[in-house]
Design a protein around this ligand. Structure first.
Ligand SMILES: Cc1cc2nc3c(=O)[nH]c(=O)nc-3n(C[C@H](O)[C@H](O)[C@H](O)COP(=O)(O)OP(=O)(O)OC[C@H]3O[C@@H](n4cnc5c(N)ncnc54)[C@H](O)[C@@H]3O)c2cc1C
Length: 342
């Protein structure tokens, strides 16, 4: 276990709603730390539709999903939020002092006075390819993401898939691997053309291999892979490998949130509409993950929810302190926090 990281508010999920929560909490002087499974902020906006225009964000007749995420990051920058990416919050427990301990899948420990669950549709989880017996190799030889390139140094790696992740990691890991074989069912790719061209150029120079086909079997013992069988246009090919990285896209699942002792309603977290608090005082749920009568899964609904949640969170963190309602337009104290007034 690493040293405990302490913060006022721990936000599970750095989607648009988790990001805007930082702003509303920041106006009340609460420090935030956000944790996300993905390797960057933006949730569904960044992962599922970054280039699509959104037409129902107030004040923006049209803004791309990634553009909205970039603007949110700019808006919350004065509050200096901290981010931990590539980590899934796996457990959440209440402490005797009323706060919470949160632990990630890499065993980092966080303690916070308030927890805000902004986990959207749940955790993005990799799709498992239909290869018999693959489960036995997962976590030892088969990985669905690259957390540290060093872990792949000197290995014979098979990378499976035709999208950006497969191509990007083929190009990057080639620099540290003993060998890289990219496997895709056809010679056309969904990835950026520039990456595809680079891959074919490297194949020409025999710096990596590209094999058309599908992985149909794995050989090894005790979770340690020694080869993969690839069914190609000319029959089966056996490729020596000690690591495999399948990139078959992501699905959204509720994931570990189901085990945090919260009441659930059809895989969503019921909240009140005054504070957006869950069945456990001090744990709030905002954005797509929550449920209440009339809930609309819209970004603007999440933005409204975090404004009310922040007031309730302040009452927990600073009990007895009077909460003054202020406009950012006219409050010099809020403007100082935003860095727009001396
Ligand atoms: C194609 C498409 C088009 C859309 N168009 C519109 C539109 O025009 N207007 C509109 O208002 N809405 C639109 N939406 C819906 C909108 O994107 C969602 O309402 C919004 O993303 C919800 O934001 P969120 O922050 O609640 O959750 P999300 O964006 O889902 O973010 C949640 C984050 O939490 C992380 N997470 C989950 N569980 C954990 C865990 N255990 N540990 C760590 N991290 C975790 C996830 O990785 C994710 O990054 C659209 C959605 C899609 C798919």
């Amino acid at each position: 276990m690493t040293d405990t990281i302490k913060t006022d508010v721990l936000i599970v999920g750095a989607g648009p709603v988790g990001l805007f929560a930082v702003f509303e909490l920041g106006l009340f002087d609460m420090k935030c730390h956000l944790i996300d499974i993905l390797d960057r902020p933006g949730g569904q906006c960044a992962e599922l539709y970054p280039e699509k225009p959104i037409y129902d964000i107030p004040g923006w007749p049209s803004i791309s999903a990634q553009g909205l995420v970039d603007k949110l990051l700019e808006q919350i920058a004065p509050f200096k939020p901290e981010f931990t990416y590539n980590r899934m919050v796996s457990s959440l427990e209440k402490l005797d002092d009323g706060g919470f301990r949160v632990i990630t899948d890499e065993n980092e420990v966080f303690e916070a006075k308030v927890v805000v669950i902004a986990a959207g549709g749940g955790s993005f989880q990799p799709k498992r390819p239909p290869i018999p017996g693959i489960e036995a190799y997962e976590g030892k030889s088969v990985f669905y993401s690259v957390r540290r390139m060093e872990d792949f140094r000197g290995h014979d790696i098979v990378i499976v898939g035709g999208g950006d992740s497969a191509l990007d990691w083929t190009l990057n890991l080639q620099q540290v691997a003993k060998s890289v074989t990219l496997v895709h069912r056809r010679p056309e790719f969904r990835a950026a053309p520039d990456s595809v061209n680079k891959m074919y150029a490297m194949q020409e120079r025999k710096e990596l291999a590209f094999q058309v086909g599908q992985v149909t079997g794995l050989t090894g013992a005790d979770g340690l892979l020694s080869s993969a069988t690839i069914k190609g246009p000319d029959g089966d090919v056996e490729v020596a490998c000690t690591r495999m990285l399948p990139f078959f896209g992501l699905t959204m699942k509720l994931g570990p949130i189901a085990d945090w002792g919260l009441n659930l309603h059809e895989n969503l977290i019921p909240v009140d509409t005054e504070k957006f608090q869950t069945s456990v005082p001090g744990i709030f749920a905002v954005g797509d993950i929550n449920w209440y009568p009339g809930k609309l899964k819209l970004i603007l609904s999440g933005f409204h929810e975090v404004a009310l949640m922040a007031q309730a969170a302040k009452r927990i963190i600073s009990p007895g302190e009077r909460i003054v309602f202020q406009y950012t337009t006219s409050s010099t104290s809020l403007q100082k926090k935003l860095g727009v007034h001396d």
